[in-house]
Design a protein around this ligand. Structure first.
Ligand SMILES: [Zn+2]
Length: 491
């Protein structure tokens, strides 16, 4: 296996060098010779067993979420941290290897986060709602995080949603139902993992805190506190401001002192990078999914940028340890049936209209409005819709106004439309006025949604570093975990 990889890698290197040499000669003479020499001398990183493994999971992230973020990054509003603002500015765009993975569960084509994360964590199919156990619920599956721990690596689990939520849970817990939050969180200390970062726990928090204290974890909830935890100390880091028990949406978090996903990742590296056997860290962007359930493209995009900022931290680490680091990025499933393109806008996109949205759907508050006109004024302030001085594309058509007024009346307790399917198509499980606003803004930008649930399209897989070659091609989601096991020699 190793030899095959080595030979294939060497063959690729030779071919690339030949092609580069021909290109250089044919285009511009000798100026790029140094660059070609660098490629020839570059270390064959893919032959190594990675000592540092990053596994990034975008919940609800498939190609449309990535593509929308690439498009939105053309506007400076969406990129506040990492420099250049052009298409192709994502850290993801630097990854040399890409593949594509299926997402289906054992018992259902369109998956949920528990079955999907079990596949990604254990390399095994299971049923909807199951946390790293077999479909019959008789056996736990060993996770790659547990395998890494057994190998002597340090292990970190980071998520922007509550740490007992399905995706992070599937790396340290084994439960028959994702809804058993207390039982899941009670397995954090049993795992012996070194770092938990991100959202809080949903049930019996005081009891979970006692368990973690007894197991020797330092608990912190501010960035200063997190930065003060000594290297090598077991740590459970949360934040002191939540949306439920999750981190706030990035669009609402930015500009506050709340810890970002990138900061949880950065501090995780600091705490875990203290052992000659290396580390495994899983980082989940959980709220891309939640924003897509709600059909809020702007909040999803901001959370994608926060995710990409966390990935950038790992890429920086890779650049310091290129021979010893593997970074894998994937999604667990698509959410919302997002696409770039809408019937009314045809071939046109005006993504720049998205920048006028200033709040997540969750934090949008129009309770001060006494009537529809006042609610519209608050909408215009928070979403730009209706303010043609900002952009003529924000003009409300007669049809928009009717949709908004119907939705507002429904939010104010008006009767649903006689056909429940019609009502559900328009509003899903969401506040009718708010979801109508995001629908209209998204549609004006040329973005459309087909669902308030997950969809069954495949997800991209990106890889960089030692073992990255394994991740090219098209395969099952269980193979993502198996490829990490192969690359890192985990069992
Ligand atoms: Zn979901």
């Amino acid at each position: 296996m190793k030899n095959t990889r080595k030979h294939r890698s060497a063959f690729h290197t030779i071919m690339v060098c030949l092609m580069m040499s021909m290109l250089v000669v044919s285009i511009s003479g000798c100026d790029e010779d140094d660059e070609v020499a660098d490629i020839v001398n570059a270390p064959a990183a893919t032959d190594n067993v990675p000592k540092y493994i990053f596994f990034f999971i975008g919940d609800g992230m498939a190609s449309p979420q990535v593509n929308l973020t690439q498009a939105a990054l053309d506007d400076p509003h969406f990129r506040r941290v990492n420099g250049a603002i052009t298409l192709g500015a994502l850290s993801l765009d630097q990854f040399p290897v890409a593949g594509m993975a299926t997402t289906h569960a054992e018992n259902q084509y369109i998956t949920g986060s528990a079955a999907a994360a079990t596949a990604l964590a254990c390399g095994e199919k299971t049923t909807i709602g199951t946390i790293s156990m077999n479909p019959a619920h008789t056996l736990p599956f060993k996770t790659i995080a547990e395998m890494a721990k057994e190998k002597g690596m340090k292990v970190g689990i980071v998520s922007s949603v509550s740490i007992d939520h399905a995706t992070p849970a599937c790396f340290y817990a084994h439960e028959t139902s994702r809804g058993n939050y207390y039982e899941i969180a009670s397995q954090m200390d049993d795992s012996g993992f070194d770092y938990f970062g991100g959202g809080y726990v949903k049930e019996n928090a005081a009891d979970i805190e006692n368990q973690m204290d007894a197991a020797g974890y330092t608990r912190v909830s501010t960035l200063g506190g997190l930065r003060g935890v000594p290297v090598g100390q077991k740590c459970w880091a949360t934040t002191d401001v939540y949306d439920g028990k999750a981190l706030n949406y990035e669009i609402d978090r930015i500009g506050t002192s709340e810890i970002s996903l990138a900061q949880f990742t950065q501090e995780g590296i600091r705490l875990l990078d203290n052992d000659d056997k290396g580390f495994f860290m899983m980082v989940e962007a959980g709220k891309v999914d939640w924003a897509c359930h709600a059909n809020d493209a702007v909040s999803a995009t901001h959370d994608m940028v926060a995710f990409d900022d966390a990935i950038a931290i790992a890429v920086d680490f890779y650049n310091q340890h290129p021979d010893e680091t593997l970074i894998v990025v994937t999604g667990d499933h698509e959410c919302g049936g997002l696409t770039l393109g809408f019937a009314v806008t045809g071939y046109k996109n005006t993504f720049e209209l998205l920048k006028y949205q200033k709040t997540s759907f969750k934090k949008f508050d129009y309770s001060a409005a006494a009537d529809f006109d006042q609610a519209l004024a608050i909408m215009t302030e928070k979403f730009g819709l209706g303010d043609t001085t900002l952009d003529p594309g924000l003009e409300l058509t007669a049809r928009d106004s009717i949709r908004l007024e119907d939705a507002y009346n429904r939010s104010m307790g008006g009767a649903p439309s006689p056909d429940p399917t019609d009502d559900f198509l328009k509003y899903g499980w969401y506040d009718p006025f708010t979801v109508t606003i995001t629908h209209i803004l998204n549609e004006k930008a040329g973005i459309a949604w087909t669902s308030y649930s997950h969809t069954g399209v495949p997800v991209p897989v990106y890889a960089m570093g030692a073992g990255a070659d394994l991740f090219s091609g098209s395969y099952d989601n269980t193979d993502v975990a198996k490829k990490i096991m192969t690359a890192a020699e985990l069992k």
